[in-house]
Design a protein. Sequence first.
Length: 256
Amino acid sequence: MTRPAYFDAFPGLALARDEAGVLTATFHSGGGPLVFTARDHADYTEAFYRIAQDRDNSIVILTGAGGQFIPGIDFPSFGNVADPDVWSQVHDEGVQILENLANIRVPVIAAVEGAAHVHSEYALMANVIVAGESATFHDLPHFAGGIVPGDGILTTWSYRAGPGRAEAWLLDPQPISAATAREWGVVAEVVPDGTALARARELAAVYLTKPAVTRRNTRIHFIQPLKERLVREVGYGLALEGASAAALVKSMSGGG
């Protein structure tokens, strides 16, 4: 099978596909754990669109490099988020990233090891999350940092775990263990550290025994309720987040 050009287009996302069509998308920075940047934010918009459009992808596995899912973020790379032009780009990409993930029309599995502390909503867009026993889920960028959690993290966590748990956690964000995430109904399986990706591949092999149309239509059916919420909520949430980001910049500059 010819390697598609888009596989090598995104420095922060390593793409590899086996002969059965199982695509593994690995978040990384230089081969190690990902420190999420503005470049990644832009690239993932396009990457997930391409993945969704490629019918040679039979299953998609999302994972991270270096024993981490997404552990950190480079805030300065986003520039002056109080500038409406800067936030307009962040807003548009943020909406499109999640909609493009929702438009992946084959089963999606997240293999989470270590820290899923930034954009854990990407994992929650999967049909199944397999987590290493030491994995933790957190929300570093939002209320903990002084801005509204409006980029879809409320939508995905409230959909998977329930609104009461999601709102309380996002207002007082603390790391959640894989075991707790399983109790909340977010994680499907907790496995020994270092084995989440292998288990995801085992599940992919099970799914591949079903007809392609069945696999595709099952993903489409399962993701539709969450997709509807994303379309309703994320654009508005990101607008509120942008206003709060501007207020945070103002307060940090001594403007009150």
